[in-house]
Design a protein around this ligand. Structure first.
Ligand code: ZN
Length: 259
């Protein structure tokens, strides 16, 4: 079984990528399930609706920082408890806040209590979009994990290119995971040269941390072909046990999916 832990249904440039396209991409790649993450233009409520009609998709909510208050947090937590969403994503850097912003502590406390994960954008900001890089540095996640040690955290894009720092964060914090998504230049085919850098960087990570046990397969479709991304990830030096963990077991377990 293969689960893509990081996809979006959205409009990029003047192209629309609806759920139907995602499902045919999953068929092409041999991916069984995808987590569909809400973004600015595709709200949590829209993503929930899409997933209700598509049993191979599972919704991940999004909490916009600009409208963050306890009412919004309670709404997200209610959705998590009802099983309408399986986690919540935050976008520091793009939305000018730090992961350790105290306004977010009630969300972290609640997610920790009900054992549902928070995904943080970490690492490079997408070309052409405004943002503040230091807010997406992996070391901020270490602080959140220290304050909320039982909170399950996924660092999207493994803090690329600060992989050395990400490795240090993962080594110290047992409930922090990385997803492998978003490494390459957007909307391009993956070249053998790009894939060799991907493998080299993540091999460094494995050598430092000791394993790929805290990694989740993810692509960030539609920015990349799921089929090509999967082929790249299969070139990582994974043991059989790590293969199961990375390609489906971790995602099933962390997000509490019934698949
Ligand atoms: Zn994404």
């Amino acid at each position: 079984m293969i689960i893509d832990s990081h996809t979006h249904v959205a409009k990029f440039g003047n192209k629309i990528y609806p759920a139907k396209k995602l499902l045919s991409s999953m068929d092409e790649a041999g991916i069984n399930y995808s987590l569909l993450i809400a973004v600015g233009q595709t709200t949590t409520d829209q993503v929930i609706k899409i997933c209700e009609n598509n049993p191979r998709l599972r919704a991940i909510g999004y909490l916009p920082y600009s409208s963050l208050d306890n009412r919004q947090i309670n709404k997200i937590v209610k959705y998590l408890k009802e099983g309408k969403i399986y986690g919540v994503k935050l976008y520091p850097g793009y939305e000018n806040f730090y992961p350790m912003d105290e306004k977010l502590f009630p969300l972290y406390a609640q997610c920790q209590k009900i054992s549902q994960p928070v995904i943080f954008h970490t690492g490079v900001l997408m070309a052409g979009l405004a943002g503040i890089l230091k807010q997406v540095h992996p070391l901020h996640i270490d602080e959140v994990a220290n304050k909320f040690p039982d909170l399950k955290i996924v660092m999207a894009h493994f803090g690329n290119p600060w992989i050395v720092d990400t490795a240090a964060v993962i080594l110290r914090n047992k409930n922090v995971y990385i997803d492998l998504s978003g490494y390459f230049a957007e909307f391009l085919h993956l070249s053998p040269r790009d894939i060799s850098f991907f493998v080299k960087d993540l091999t460094y990570f494995k050598n430092f941390v000791g394993s790929f046990k805290n990694c989740l397969f993810g692509t960030d479709w539609p920015l990349y072909s799921q089929k090509e991304y999967l082929e790249a990830a299969l070139q990582l030096p994974l043991t059989d046990e790590e293969k199961d963990l990375v390609f489906w077991k971790n995602t099933k377990e962390i997000f509490g999916l019934e698949v």
